[in-house]
Design a protein around this ligand. Structure first.
Ligand code: GLU
Length: 449
């Protein structure tokens, strides 16, 4: 297989949501699995609606997910290429001016439907003579430009959907350039895919109908070979609702702020709607090894956002220290005890930020909860000398048991409350050596420590 070059091509007109992230991840995982390149392409030809702040937020969101583009391009800086391609198509008679107004087109479509005909553009403008055009120009009518489709069936082998075809005779010649001279998405996308050497176009199935047109454009622009296409199913909530960029529903930024793990978002996005069950993964690399576009189902990919919290917790519970070292350091959880600390507490975290509470238990000050002062003092007096290790807890609690006759919950629970100030938490056998003798005995004596 040639080394793939893929692109993720959002319009920076809003923040990206988990459905967009899914497309980005499919591209990223596919490229990296085959040691290929990932291009981030901002489809910002709509200068009115595109915003720099959205482009910046998309870069931040991708970065949070673990996606670092090999190249970033902006269509707004590439108009020269599109103009040259348009001129080439015009010279070849493949891009022709049309003068119908939106109202006229609408009336025609309605007439066609009333007669039981498909509402396909009738190419009336293609039949205009030079004289007609001069007259229209004199009336200051500005044309929009349509691509003249070859009325044949275009076939391709889709990476997700398998053998696919579209009969172009059933399509209207697509408008590539609007009356005001601005480009619709179709032409710039193909021009860039050619110029940047894109080998695989992986995108949502809402683009399937564009594919036949785009394949014809690749051929008309002299590209030796169109890319391989793969159209994945779209993500919808359990109630079947689609995700909208504008509504901000399940935006990546919102999910990040809610404290869920990026890896859980990635696993949910990638594994939902495929033949693989949704489960926690240890790293993006792990997800990459499991990922296969041909496992993506053709049915809608329904997911339950509530699953994310549980998946996020399960993800945290298995994260190795190396993958969280920097994030812990950002919470000032560092030093020679940091790794042992992480391995001790990770299984009890619902969100990463909970780690800071447990760091306070081992490093900072907490208010102990003393249920029975006499019992606590007896336990304090029986504490073994340091050094402490994982066995200290059982040695110590056996001694406390022998002395007080307590066992089970009556023995352990008051000790947990005194040592951590909390009802529940990580194994005390692992936590106790991290707390240390000094703090432990102070807490058993009821001191804030
Ligand atoms: N800007 C287009 C979109 O977001 C890109 C589609 C494509 O990948 O070709 O839908």
């Amino acid at each position: 297989m040639t080394i793939p070059v893929v692109r993720f091509a959002p319009s920076p007109t809003g923040r990206i949501h988990i459905g967009n992230a899914r497309t980005a991840l499919f591209n990223w995982l596919f490229a990296k699995r085959h040691e290929g390149r990932f291009i981030l392409r901002f489809d910002d030809t709509d200068l009115e609606r595109s915003r720099e702040e959205f482009a910046a937020s998309i870069e931040i969101d991708l970065n949070w997910l673990g996606i670092a583009p090999d190249l970033t391009v902006r269509q707004s800086q590439r108009f020269g290429l599109y103009d040259a391609a348009a001129a080439k198509l015009k010279d070849a008679g493949l891009l022709y001016p049309c003068f119908e107004t939106a109202d006229e087109l609408d009336r025609r479509r309605k007439r066609q439907i009333a007669r039981g005909l498909p509402p396909v553009y009738d190419r009336a403008s293609l039949a205009l003579t030079d004289e007609d055009r001069t007259k229209l120009a004199a009336e200051r009518r500005r044309p929009h430009w349509r691509f003249r489709l070859d009325h044949r069936t275009v076939e391709w082998t889709d990476l997700v959907r398998g053998a696919s075809h579209i009969d172009c005779a059933s399509l209207s010649d697509p408008v590539l350039i609007r009356e005001d001279g601005t480009y619709l998405y179709t032409l710039p996308s193909v021009v860039d895919d050619i110029d940047l050497g894109v080998t695989h176009v992986i995108r949502g199935e809402d683009h399937v109908t564009n594919t036949a047109v785009q394949i014809q454009l690749f051929q008309s622009l002299g590209s030796p070979r169109a890319p391989v296409f793969g159209h994945h199913n779209l993500l919808a909530t359990a109630t079947g609702e689609g995700l909208s960029k504008r509504s901000g529903a399940l935006s990546i930024g919102g999910l990040r702020d809610s404290g869920v793990e990026s890896l859980a978002v990635a696993a949910l996005a990638v594994l939902t709607g495929s033949s693989d069950s949704v489960h926690a993964v240890a790293s993006l690399h792990d997800l990459m090894r499991q990922f296969d576009l041909s496992h993506v189902s053709r049915n809608a990919a329904k997911f339950d956002p509530a699953e994310l919290t549980a998946l996020s917790a399960r993800t945290l519970h298995a994260l190795p220290y190396e993958s969280v070292r920097d994030r812990l350091a950002a919470h000032e959880i560092a030093g020679f005890r940091a790794e042992a600390f992480w391995l001790t507490v990770r299984g009890n975290l619902n969100a990463f930020s909970d780690a800071a509470d447990w760091w306070r238990v081992v490093e900072g000050e907490i208010e102990p909860v003393i249920e029975d002062g006499g019992f606590a003092m007896t336990a304090a007096a029986l504490m073994p000398d340091e050094p402490w290790d994982q066995k200290t807890w059982s040695v110590w609690t056996s001694a406390v048991k022998d002395k007080t006759g307590r066992k089970g919950r009556a023995l352990f629970h008051p000790l947990r409350l005194a040592l951590t100030g909390k009802e529940q938490g990580p194994e005390l056998a692992a936590l106790l050596p991290l707390i240390g003798r000094l703090k432990a005995s102070a807490r058993l004596c009821g001191h804030v420590s």
